[in-house]
Structure formats: C-alpha cells, structure tokens
Design a protein around this ligand. Structure first.
Ligand code: DGJ
Length: 722
C-alpha cells in the first residue's frame, strides 16, 4: 500500500514514486495539511501545527494554546470558524449563517479509485494501479458531512483530489462554495504559472511571483474558456524546464472554475482549485450528496518539463478512453478553411479525390451541411441535411467518400440554437435566458438549456438519426459562444444559481450517451478552436481542436502553452493555406499534434503536393513516436525571440525527433543546441548528416545548428535513432 496511517501519531502519508503527502488528525479532530513534496520517510510534524498570532482566534478546547485555525496548515480550510484565509468550503445552514467547521470522523484506505457520479474523471486501469484514502469529516452543529477523497497513482507521481458533501441533517443546507482541492504550503517562495488567451490565441504561458494577498485565474463564461485554462502550477522560485520543484494542478471540469492562491501574513500559501463560487450555489436536501469534480495534482522536483511529461503520460493512460485511446487515428482533411459554408456534394467529392491521391485518409465536412445554413446566422438546432447543398441527403456523399477508400466525418454544435431555426420556432423557451430580459446574442446564436432532460432528448434524437442512418467515422463537437443570462425556466428561483453546474452535468450526460452509443466514432472536441481544452473534455474526445489560428508561428506559442499539461495526442493541429511560412514549416509544426489538413487540395501546386506527400510519409513514420514519446521543450518562443525548438523522445530512448523553427532570422556565429532525454551511452545516427553521435555528446555539446533554417519562418526536423 502506498497510503499509510500512523495510528499513534495520527498521521496519513500518501506516497507515489516521486512524492509524499501528509495529513494529520490534530486535537479536536482538526485536519491539518502538513506536507506535499518529494518523498520522505519519517514524519516529525509536531512543530508545524503551532503558529498563533495576536488577533488569531483559538479554540479553548484545544490543549495547545499556540494552535489557531487562522494560520495552521488546514487540510481543507472552511469558512468562518477561525480561519480567515480564502475558504475551500462554505455551507449555509438552516439558521441562515454560513459558519462551516468540519472535523475528522472516520477514514478508509483501499485499492482502486471510485468514480465520481455523473462526472468525467481519471480512472484506474486495474485495482493495483492506485490506492484511495477517503476521510469522512463532520460539522457537528449542522449535520454536514464532507468526505475528502485522495487517490495516489504510485508509479506516476500523480494524486487526484475530489470532495463529496452530504446533508445528514433534517433541514436543507446550501453549499455556497466547494473547492475540490485545497493545499496549504508553509512558504510563499513560488511562481504561479497559468495559461491565458482569447479566441485564436489560446493558452499563452504567464509566470509571476506570488505576492501577499489573493491572485489567480478563473472563468465565469460557462466554459473553461480560451481566456484562462483550468490549469495552474506553483513552481519554486528559480525552477526551470529541467530543474526545481513544480506542483501542477488541473481541474477535470469544462465549466466555471477558479484557481486561486492566497499568501497570508505568515508568508504561507493556500492554493485552491474548483468550481467558481461566483454564480454558484447548491441546495442539499436532507440525505442528498453533492459530488465536486476532481483535480489532478502532479509533483516533481525535476523541473517544469518533467511536470508536463507526467501529465502527458497520465492523461494518455488514465484519462483518455475508448477505441481511439490506442487505435491509430485517421489522417484527415477538414472543409472549414477550404470552403467555409460554400460547398456541395460535388465539391466535397472533388476534395476527397485530391486528398486521397495525396494519401489523406478521411474527409471531414465542417459547419454548413444542415438546415438552411449558408452563413452563421441560422439553423443551429436543425440537425437535418440541407438538400440544396447535398441533394439526396448525406448518403451520396458519405458513400462516395467511402467508395474512394476514405473515411467520413461530420460537424455538430449540439449545445446551440439559432433564433432563426425551426427548433427555436417550435420551442421558444429552450434557449438559456432569465425572466424579463432579452438574452444576449453571440455569433447570432443562443446556448440551449442542456440542464433539461427534454431538450437533451430532442438534440440526441436528431443526432442519433444522422449518425445511425449514415456510416460516419468521426464527429467534431463544437461550442461557439459563452453563456450569458444564465438561468433555467425549469429551476425554482432558489435554485437558479445551480444552473451553470447543471448545464455541465447535462452536457456530460449527452457526451456520455454519444460515446457509449457510438464507441467507434472518433470524437474531436472544439470550442471556436480551443475554448474548452480541458481534461474533462478529453475524457470524451481523445483529441481537441487546439485553436482557430492555424498560422504555424502563432501555433508555436499556443502549442507550447497547451503542452504545459495536455499531451501531443490530444492537440489537434492542421496544415492550412495561411501564407506566413512555407509548407515545410506548416507540416513540422502540425506534426507536433494529431496532424491533418485544412485547405482546398485542388489549389496546391505540384511542388506543394510533393511536400504534402512527404509529410504524410513522415506522419506515418513518426506516428508511434508522437503518441508514445516524451516531449522536451528545448527553446520556448516565449523566452527566445528568434527560434523555438522541441524534441520527442521514445520511451526506450532509441528515437528522437528534433524540430527547430526560426521565428526571425538572426546573426549567429555558432549555434549548438543541446538535446535532452537521450541515453548518454547510446550511439545515435543523425538522418541529416548520416554521422553517429553519442547521447552524451548530443546532450552535453549539442548538435551544430549554425545557419540551419536561419530564415524567417523556416524550420528543420532532424531524426536521430540509436
Ligand atoms: C469554430 C471551429 O473552431 C472551426 O474549426 C469551425 O468548425 C467553425 N467553428 C465552424 O463554425
């Protein structure tokens, strides 16, 4: 077992190969979060518990007068009972106050990992994969019961945290906030790394030193969003890609979230991650339980790069599921940037002809095939074929594409409704809105009320008809606006603040129905590019469209940021017709993702077609390396104005694909780039010069890149094999 309980000292220790996490049961049942960091064996934690200050409240029943919840490292800080820091939990009781004070009641340790009701979560491959600790706590005054759930994946330096809140009293309780993870650290010598952005500029890396007070990121847009990702890392000041301590936190949720750090007067840090308390409340009737989503916590003392690799391996192994977790995914061409709304059956069949000749394996018909949709002003919700564009329906197109030996994919935006649609005319109250207000439009559309079973049933019926009557191999599930005017006509007034979370539960229910009914359809997530690029979506869709910006130079920033915690296998990346760089660079950058095309193949010149054919050969050659390999970010575009470089190394360390992209030409006498992650004792053949180099040489001296690809937008890919 990797979770121990020291009965005498009343201490839990949760170990993984690279980390230990210690929780103490203190006097009067207070739960203390005593340690999270590198592996330890002995546990001398007595002195960590006492840090009283003037003005700090104390509990007269606690023997040690030095103890105060105000500055002790609380395992799960609650509101109003002596801990003045930002609270993880705040529950209003029948008296109307929201003082919340939970104490230890019982615990269980067992192999395996429990599912979280109705929610995406990471999973164990088998019982031996991980160990779980559940600590039951109780607020004796209100009858609130809170179970803190921890699972450690021993071999992976990963721990997950989630929380269950149960009402064991006779009266309703109202949860005002419930974070899924709370970590108190005794110091504040950390930098906070987060991923900010906007549409077409997602997940840019931002790093700042912690300061006293509150700081963090959040979303209240009804989606995890382009603007801030539900990822945060606390890295020890001075930590780099290759060295130093890094704690990574990623929320398995696609809705409103908050990730916040507070540094207090003791220069200690509390970090919280969970559902955004703003616009949230949940009424628990007697006997009911609320399940808060899960946070994945990664610890390493080997730098930020290693933190990312731990996330990547873990998500490929314990989050992504279904047929395409391991099965080779088809190389696709998507119609969006090639034709936008302007296509018909013949044009798509012509695309397929050209694409097939190049070696592309699947044609995806994007937005515009349904209702009367010729632009983005109408028809969302009318999921029947536009026969003006596709005479005879989908069949001639789908069969035609299959007859060429290609697969066929289609686009949906199931969570949306256009005011100009048959669905809206039939059901004018199905869109999200609140009484007495005209809801805001965005991209001419409303979001549909996914919290309602009847609404979901209608959308499902329509999708099911299309998917069951046609031989469809792939679906892109898009989501092109955020949620304003949030509320549901189906909820009573006192439950309106439950809407955002109920929306997510409804969406997850529909997604689950989709993947369980059509397990062999490859699902790609999308939200105006990467607006819902989060681990919860990866639970359903093994790949997500990373960004609507397909220019490879912009993509470098987006892909570097996305790789902070999301694996290469998940980052959908296409070569498009944008013209800032040539096709070599477009391919070299898209190769760092799922790889595909998004252009009119009829317009490629003979020379460009030749490049595309070579890229497709490379895609197959390096497919396994990309799916199984470890990513090393060698030179970040956020830190170097001239070039960016990265490397994928096979787990056996016998193959390495190195890529360098020049952002802009620079004068340079000599440029040796040191590789990483190789076996120092292995000899590697370089496919560029045919020479042999030891791993030791390549990592200590480097490879001579002087004047290779040193032009604006140029790039080079070099393969080393042992
Ligand atoms: C946004 C997506 O990111 C694009 O790829 C495309 O599918 C459009 N929506 C279609 O409306």
């Amino acid at each position: 077992m990797s979770i121990y309980f020291d009965e005498q000292k009343k201490l839990f220790r949760l170990d993984t190969s690279g980390s230990s996490y210690v929780i103490g049961i203190y006097d009067q049942g207070y739960l203390l979060g005593l340690y999270y960091g590198g592996r330890i064996e002995d546990m001398h934690f007595d002195r960590f518990m006492t840090r009283i200050n003037s003005f700090s409240p104390y509990n007269p029943k606690v023997k040690d007068r030095e103890f105060t919840p105000d500055s002790a490292p609380m395992e799960y800080g609650c509101n109003g009972a002596g801990d003045f820091r930002i609270s993880a939990l705040c529950v209003r009781n029948a008296n109307g106050d929201n003082v919340t004070d939970i104490r230890y009641a019982a615990h269980r340790i067992y192999k395996g990992k429990p599912a979280i009701a109705d929610m995406p979560a990471t999973y164990a491959l088998d019982e031996a994969d991980c160990t779980t600790l559940e600590i039951d706590t109780v607020d004796r005054v209100t009858g609130l019961e809170v179970t803190l759930v921890y699972t450690v994946f021993e071999t992976q330096s990963v721990m997950t945290k989630s929380v269950r809140v149960h009402n064991a009293s006779d009266s309703p309780l109202v949860i005002e906030r419930v974070f899924s993870a709370c970590n108190d650290f005794p110091t504040m010598d950390f930098d906070l790394i987060t991923l900010h952005g906007r549409h077409a500029r997602e997940r840019h890396i931002e790093r700042r030193a912690l300061v006293h007070g509150l700081q963090g990121v959040s979303s209240k847009r009804g989606a995890s969003s382009h603007n801030q990702n539900p990822f945060a890392a606390l890295v020890r000041s001075g930590a780099t890609e290759e060295s130093g301590e890094a704690y990574g936190f990623n929320f398995v949720y696609s809705g409103n979230f908050s990730a916040v750090a507070e540094c207090d007067y003791n220069a200690s840090t509390r970090f919280l991650m969970g559902i955004n308390p703003e616009s949230f409340e949940w009424t628990l009737q007697s006997g009911e339980t609320f399940f808060a989503p899960e946070v994945v916590c990664v610890y390493t003392d080997k730098g930020i790069g290693e933190m990312s690799r731990i996330f990547h391996r873990f998500y490929n192994r314990n989050l992504i599921r279904g047929t395409f977790k391991d099965a080779k995914r088809p190389l696709l061409i998507n119609s969006w940037e090639a034709a936008y709304f302007d296509f018909d059956t013949q044009k798509l069949l012509d695309f397929a002809d050209e694409a097939k000749a190049l070696g592309i394996e699947m044609l995806v018909m994007d937005d515009g095939w349904f209702g009367k949709r010729n632009d983005d002003t109408n028809s969302l919700g009318d999921w029947y074929v536009n026969t003006d564009k596709l005479p005879g329906g989908l069949r001639p197109l789908v069969d035609g594409v299959h007859a060429k030996g290609m697969k066929f994919g289609i686009w949906f935006e199931p969570e949306m409704i256009s005011p100009d649609s048959d669905l809206f005319r039939a059901h004018p109250d199905w869109h999200i809105h609140v009484q007495g207000r005209d809801p805001m439009l965005s991209r001419h559309q409303y979001v549909i009320d996914m919290s309602r079973e009847d609404v979901r049933a209608n959308i499902w019926q329509q999708m099911y008809k299309i998917l069951s009557e046609n031989d469809i191999d792939y679906v892109k599930w898009d989501f092109n606006r955020h949620i304003s005017d949030a509320g549901s006509v189906s909820l009573p007034s006192e439950r309106q603040k439950e809407f955002f979370h109920r929306y997510m539960l409804g969406t997850y229910a529909l997604l689950e129905k989709f993947v369980s009914t059509f397990p062999n359809i490859l699902l790609e997530g999308c939200s105006g590019g990467g607006g819902r690029f989060d681990p919860a979506m990866l639970y359903y869709s093994p790949q997500i469209w990373t960004s609507d910006h397909t220019d490879p130079i912009e993509r470098l920033f987006i892909q570097f940021g996305t790789s902070m915690c999301y694996p290469t296998s998940a980052q959908s990346a296409h070569v498009s017709a944008c013209d800032r760089t040539g096709y070599e660079t477009k391919g070299n950058v898209a190769m760092w993702g799922t790889f595909g095309y998004e252009l009119d193949p009829r317009k490629l010149t003979a020379e460009e077609k030749e490049i595309v054919r070579r890229q497709i050969q490379d895609y197959h050659k390096y497919y396994d390396l990309h799916r199984r390999g470890d990513l090393y970010r060698l030179v970040s575009p956020f830190e170097n104005r001239h070039y960016a470089a990265w490397e994928i190394v096979s787990p056996e360390k016998d193959e390495c694909l190195f890529t360098l992209v020049c952002l802009r030409h620079f004068f340079c006498g000599s440029l040796y780039l040191r590789l990483r992650g190789l076996d120092p004792d292995k000899m590697y053949t370089c496919d560029l010069d045919g020479e042999q180099y030891s791993g030791n040489f390549l990592m200590r001296v480097g490879y001579n890149m002087t004047n290779l690809a040193n032009q604006d937008g140029a790039s080079i890919q070099i393969f080393f094999h042992a």
